[in-house]
Design a protein. Structure first.
Length: 279
């Protein structure tokens, strides 16, 4: 089993701290693509500005939710990538606050709002005070990012880790089988579809053909990878077909879709399903 002990790609002095975010961002996800499509289509009116700001707030909240998961990160290098992205987010937020000041300024220039003198002691804050606060917060955030982002991201990226990370889907199945054999109190069998070393990852979202059979509580489970997901089927839920094969209309999807997921995460999910069935 491959043991991750250091960063795969060094973050040398000539590499900016934003590089981790940029590398990951280039090839990931529908969420990023949708935002970029919106920007390319055009953001021109108050509705666009408010909706994008609200979407950014929701995205920040979603990051909190994602990081709260027990398996949110596997290695310090994962943490470095997230830190890189979050510091970029902070910098963009500071830029947005500055642009908000400019936007209000344009309203004033059009004569559609009046910019008063700053409020005196004991008086409620007015438009001038609000703009001053926005400038101060933006400046403070920019200085914090400039001072801390690079050293923090680099320290996380350089930290050694010992996560058992497979390099392909076959290594994942084999590692999960080994963990289940150690922890499960009944029979666990790795069903090899090909000989060791014969699998070539075609970068598709299917498995290598190997499965794991787990016996537990009078039920037989099969751990396998299907279309972009890891799942368990229960033998009792299978339907025999005319050709003698077994088809399943239902299955238990596990918590991660990564082909090279942490084997412990998949083993924990599997044992949790079996324990729930026994209860």
């Amino acid at each position: 089993m491959l043991i991750n002990q250091a960063a795969e790609t060094g973050l040398d002095d000539d590499t900016p701290w934003t590089a981790l975010y940029e590398r990951t961002d280039d090839g990931h996800g529908d969420y990023v693509s949708e935002v970029r499509s919106a920007v390319e289509y055009g953001l021109h009116d108050p509705r666009d500005s408010m909706e994008m700001a609200c979407a950014a707030a929701e995205t920040a909240g979603a990051s909190v939710h994602a990081l709260s998961s027990a398996w949110s990160l596997y290695t310090p290098q994962d943490a470095a990538t997230v830190a890189s992205a979050l510091f970029v987010q902070l910098r963009h937020n500071a830029d947005a606050l500055q642009e908000l000041v400019h936007s209000v300024g344009r309203i004033v220039e059009r004569g559609e709002a009046e910019l008063p003198a700053p409020a005196g002691p004991g008086q409620p804050a007015n438009l001038a005070d609000a703009l001053a606060t926005l400038r101060t917060v933006a400046d403070t955030v920019h200085k914090l990012v400039d001072r801390h982002a690079s050293t923090t991201v680099r320290a996380l990226h350089a930290a050694p880790g010992t996560a058992p990370l497979p390099t392909d889907v076959h290594e994942t199945v084999v590692a999960v089988a080994a963990l289940l054999a150690e922890r499960h109190d009944q029979e666990v069998m790795l069903n090899q579809h090909h000989s060791d070393g014969a699998y070539e990852d075609a970068d598709e979202d299917f498995g290598c053909g190997c499965t794991i059979t787990i016996t537990g509580g009078g039920e037989e489970y099969t751990f396998h990878r299907g279309e972009s997901e890891w799942s368990l089927t229960r033998q009792s839920e299978g339907e025999e077909q005319p050709d003698g094969s077994i088809a399943f209309r239902t299955w238990q999807t596990l918590s991660t879709t990564l082909k090279t997921a942490h084997p412990q995460q998949l083993a924990d999910d599997t044992l949790r399903v079996i324990a729930a069935d026994r209860a």
